[in-house]
Design a protein around this ligand. Structure first.
Ligand SMILES: [Zn+2]
Length: 562
């Protein structure tokens, strides 16, 4: 261990644990060497020699090592859980405890996860260096099951922390600055926030991350590091060689950061197992999003659109021309992306799209060619028609959407939320019961046979409940997203004045996907069918006047029966 490691723990307590037992087993050992006084002396000497400060004794006199129900130990455990302890030192492992499963659990799982170093002087055990760890006597029962239970418990601590709206992550993103008076609070750093907004605008206007990085360089916008250096907030006060050299990964990082909408995203990363220190990204549905934690730099709507678009990454074309539909256009028959075919020599009217599989040989798929100018006209008309309909028949539109997607309705949402909270309640009960029977079994109150039967049934139920909860959470996240997208589409269409030209931002915000069918001959004319999937509502046929009347009658009927 380096000196700086030890110094880093200076503000934390170095817990020195002593225990004197009344056990027969202990009595046989050298009583003198194990006296509290002697243990204290050894521990103090060790600390002095190895530079451990802020020491504090925790003593249990006359208590068996087979139980961890000891006042001194418990006091230490509380402080450990509160994160106040940096190191725990004992004279020898048996001072710590004779119940090997528990010793193993604490020293191998609990303490490392809390960032605590465990040292047993006599056995030369030091968990932070790994020294002597292999000789620690572990019992076979110390297995996956117990490890899983413990990790769950620790994750629970983090969860509780985020439930109390405490920030788990302390990194302040570019665009914000920590409040001097309240470390938990972020304020907008207007200078940097302007850059963040600019990046979102550029992306929604159809630019890719590489193009945006190039544009920022052209505009002589300082990179985050250069900016920090310029105001003296960075790790370094030296300006980078090229303070305007933006990387596309920096741009991506900013575009992907949901915190700009003012929310907090907790548990974005989770350590899977404390035995293998591996970090995995938690699926989106399981991340906790707490809105309104800081002032927003980017609107929720814009962020969601960007997020959606980034799933279909766009690449700039070699010819320098960009397609308004890149990332959105697919072949109806084979599902491949459509390639934008353009050249500098021909005029823009000649630009066309073709199924990406076509060039691989005729066997794979047919060409599905559509000219860009034709597609633009089709999309323009579709958007205009839908906007007209929404403006004239707001309530009919909303009713139709509600009929098509029942889960968007408030009652349905409420029922789902209810189901989720019931499942979560049962999950907690099962956690409690599992722990309870484990203890009962350990203390001999429950036979092994009976324990085995109970644990099997609890585990089976737990599995089932976990699955249900995951499904419900995913469903709720989807629904929430859908309703957000719907309100976005609705507002956008309602406020859309006469559209005469398509701009990429409009296309990207209103349309999710476009599918092109193979050309058909109908009555001697060539016809290309195009399916347009709008954001939130998908394909939408605008009803005829007769159909609108029928829907209105249904709406009135609903109101009467409601
Ligand atoms: Zn195809």
């Amino acid at each position: 261990m380096t000196t700086s490691d030890i110094q880093g723990k200076d503000n934390k307590i170095t817990a020195l644990y002593c225990r004197l037992s009344v056990d027969d087993a202990d009595k046989q050992s050298d009583e003198e060497s194990n006296s509290i006084k002697n243990q204290k002396q050894i521990l103090q000497d060790y600390c002095k020699k190895n530079g451990y400060h802020n020491t504090r004794f925790f003593v249990d006199d006359g208590i068996s090592g087979t139980t961890f129900d000891r006042p001194g130990f418990k006091e230490m455990e509380t402080l450990a859980e509160e994160g106040k302890i940096g190191t725990i030192i004992v004279k020898d492992l048996s001072r710590f405890g004779r119940e090997q499963t528990e010793v193993g659990r604490l020293t191998q799982i609990v303490y490392p996860s809390l960032g605590i170093t465990f040292i047993a002087i006599q056995e030369h055990v030091n968990t932070s260096t790994g020294e002597g760890v292999e000789i620690m006597p572990f019992h076979a029962i110390f297995n996956e099951w117990y490890a899983a239970q413990t990790s769950k418990k620790i994750r629970q601590v983090w969860k509780t922390k985020s439930e109390h709206n405490m920030r788990v992550s302390h990194h302040v993103p570019f665009g914000y600055v920590r409040d001097k008076n309240d470390k938990e609070k972020w304020l907008i750093d207007e200078e940097a926030a302007k850059v963040v907004r600019h990046i979102f605008e550029l992306f929604l206007s159809g630019m890719g991350t590489v193009q945006i990085a190039g544009r920022l360089k052209e505009e002589k916008v300082l990179t985050p590091n250069a900016y920090y250096a310029s105001i003296g907030r960075g790790y370094t006060f030296d300006l980078p060689d090229d303070p305007y050299k933006w990387k596309d990964s920096t741009v991506s990082h900013i575009l992907d950061n949901r915190k700009y909408t003012g929310c907090m995203v907790n548990n974005a990363y989770s350590t899977v197992s404390y035995k293998v220190h591996k970090t995995t990204l938690i699926p989106e549905e399981q991340r906790q999003i707490i809105p309104n934690c800081q002032e927003a730099i980017v609107s929720e709507d814009d962020w969601l659109r960007v997020h959606e678009l980034r799933k279909n990454r766009r690449r700039p074309l070699k010819s320098g021309k960009t397609s308004k539909f890149s990332g959105l256009l697919f072949c109806h028959d084979c599902g491949s992306k459509m390639h934008f075919c353009t050249s500098r020599t021909y005029g823009p009217n000649q630009d066309f799209y073709r199924c990406a599989m076509y060039k691989n040989g005729k066997d794979y798929c047919s060409a599905h060619i559509i000219r860009n100018i034709v597609l633009e006209r089709i999309v323009l008309i579709a958007i205009g028609d839908l906007a007209d309909f929404v403006r004239c028949y707001e309530s009919v539109f909303m009713y139709m959407v509600g009929e098509r997607n029942k889960t968007l309705k408030a009652e349905a949402l409420k029922a789902e939320k209810m189901k989720l909270s019931q499942a979560e309640k049962r999950q907690n009960e099962l956690d409690f019961l599992t722990k309870r029977i484990y203890e009962d079994n350990a203390f001999g109150k429950l036979s092994d046979d009976r324990y085995e039967k109970l644990i099997q049934s609890y585990e089976a139920e737990q599995k089932e409940i976990d699955k249900t909860i995951a499904e419900l959470q995913a469903k709720l996240t989807r629904t929430e997203r859908e309703s957000l997208e719907l309100s976005y589409l609705f507002n956008k269409l309602r406020n859309l004045s006469q559209v005469t030209e398509l701009d990429p931002e409009l296309v990207n915000t209103l349309i999710k996907r476009i599918e092109v069918h193979q050309r058909e001959n109908r009555d001697g004319r060539k016809v290309v069918k195009v399916d347009i999937y709008f954001t939130a509502i998908g394909m939408f046929d605008i009803p005829s006047e007769k159909e609108i009347n029928a829907i209105m009658r249904r709406m009135n009927g609903d109101r009467k029966t409601a």
